[in-house]
Design a protein around this ligand. Structure first.
Ligand code: TYM
Length: 334
C-alpha cells in the first residue's frame, strides 16, 4: 500500500515564496508517488478572527493557487478542512489527552501570546492538537512542511503515541516532517530578519503572483549591509538571506560569481539584487498568469472542492468510526 501524505496551508492571504519552497514544491512531487491529502486549513485561520468575506476570499485564493501551481485533483485529494467535520471530532478526542503544560511550552504559542496579548484564545493553545487531528485523520506518515512546523510534528507524534498507549493499540502511525531537500527549508524574508512571513509586513514577502514592478521594487529595497568590512569577512545575516533567496531561483554560476565577489570584498549589492530580481521574475511570471486564470474559474474551483471533500470525508469517516470503536463509544448502546 502507498504511504499517506498529509499537509495544509492556512488561508491567511496569498501564498509566498516561503510556502512554495518550504512546502508546496514537495507537494507536487509527492502527488506523483503517494496517497496525498492536501487541504486548506480554514479552521486554523479562525484563531485570528477573520471576517467572513475575507475568509471566503482567502480560501478561494489558496484553492486557486493550489491548482494553478500544479496540484492535480485526479492525483491527490484537495479539500477544505471545514468540509471534513470529522477533523473537529478527532480534535475533540485528542484534546482530552493533550496537557496544558506541554501546549503552553510550544514556541509558536509563546510567540503568538507575545505578539497578540489581547487574543490568547484556546484555539491558539490547542493549535498543535488540531494539526495532529488533520494528519492522524488520514493516518498520514509523510508531512511536507517547512522548518517552522517541526515542533508541531513532534507534538503530533506525542499525541499519536499517547492515544495508542492509552488504548493499548497500535493504531496511529508516527508522522514525520518531510522534504525532498537535504533538510527542512526556511526561506528568509527581505527585511533582514528570520523566515519570510506575512506578519513581518508587505515588504518582507514575495507572493507567487507578485506583479513585476513590485517584485523588482521589493528586491531592490531588500535589507543588505554596507559591504564586507574586508576581503574574506563573513556574510551578515541580511546578506546571507539574499544569497539564500538566490539559491532558490538563480543558477549556480550566478551564485558562485557573487560569492567570489563577496569574498574579494568587491561585491555590489545593487548588481546582486538586479540579477536576483530578474531571475525571480522569470520564476514568478508563469505562476502569476496561471493564478490569475484560475481565480476567474469559479465553476471549476467549486467542482474541485466538492470532489475533494467527498474523497477526504470518506477516508475520514473510516478513521473516525474506528476511533470511536477504540474509545468505546460504539459499544455503548449494543
Ligand atoms: P502556514 O500556513 O503558516 O504555512 C504553510 C506551509 O508553508 C511553510 N512555510 C515556510 N517554509 C519555509 N520558509 C518559510 N518562510 C515559510 N513560511 C511558511 C510552512 O512550514 C507550512 O508547511 N500549521 C500549518 C498549517 C497546517 C498543517 C496541518 C500543515 C495545519 N494543519 C497539518 C501540515 C499538516 C501552518 O500554519 O502553515
Amino acid at each position: 500500500m502507498k504511504e499517506t501524505v498529509v499537509s495544509g496551508i492556512r488561508p491567511t492571504g496569498k501564498l509566498h515564496l516561503g510556502n512554495y519552497f518550504g512546502a508546496f514544491k514537495n507537494f507536487l512531487k509527492l502527488q506523483e508517488q503517494f496517497e496525498c491529502y492536501f487541504f486548506i486549513a480554514d479552521y486554523h485561520s479562525l484563531t485570528t478572527h477573520p471576517n467572513p468575506a475575507d475568509l471566503k476570499g482567502s480560501v478561494k485564493r489558496v484553492l486557486a493557487e493550489y491548482i494553478a501551481l500544479g496540484l492535480d485533483p485526479e492525483k491527490c485529494t484537495v479539500y477544505l478542512q471545514s468540509d471534513v467535520p470529522e477533523t473537529a471530532e478527532l480534535y475533540l478526542f485528542l484534546n482530552m489527552n493533550a496537557y496544558m503544560g506541554e501546549l503552553e511550552r510550544v514556541t509558536s504559542f509563546k510567540e503568538k501570546a507575545r505578539t497578540q496579548p489581547n487574543n490568547i484564545n484556546a484555539g491558539l493553545l490547542t493549535y498543535p492538537v488540531l494539526m495532529a487531528a488533520d494528519i492522524l485523520l488520514h493516518r498520514g506518515i509523510k508531512v511536507p512542511v517547512g522548518k517552522d512546523q517541526e515542533q508541531h510534528l513532534e507534538m503530533t507524534r506525542t499525541f499519536a503515541n499517547r492515544f495508542n498507549r492509552l488504548y493499548n493499540i497500535d493504531y496511529f502511525p508516527e508522522p514525520q516532517a518531510f522534504t525532498f531537500d537535504t533538510q527542512l527549508v526556511k526561506v528568509p524574508g527581505l527585511t533582514g530578519g528570520g523566515k519570510m512571513s506575512k506578519s513581518a509586513g508587505e515588504s518582507d514577502s514575495i507572493y507567487l503572483d507578485e506583479p513585476a514592478a513590485s517584485l523588482n521594487k521589493k528586491i531592490m529595497r531588500a535589507v543588505s549591509d554596507s559591504g564586507p568590512a574586508e576581503a574574506g569577512a563573513p556574510k551578515s545575516q541580511a546578506v546571507q538571506n539574499l544569497f539564500d533567496l538566490m539559491g532558490l531561483v538563480c543558477n549556480q554560476n550566478t551564485i558562485s560569481f557573487f560569492d567570489t565577489e563577496h569574498k574579494n570584498g568587491s561585491i555590489r549589492y545593487g548588481d546582486l539584487k538586479k540579477q536576483l530580481a530578474a531571475d525571480m521574475e522569470t520564476f514568478v511570471a508563469p505562476l502569476r498568469d496561471n493564478i490569475e486564470a484560475m481565480l476567474a474559474n469559479d465553476k471549476k474551483l467549486t467542482e474541485i472542492a466538492q470532489f475533494g471533500a467527498e474523497k477526504a470525508r470518506k477516508n475520514a469517516q473510516k478513521t473516525l468510526s474506528e476511533v470511536r470503536e477504540i474509545i468505546g463509544f460504539s459499544k455503548f448502546y449494543l
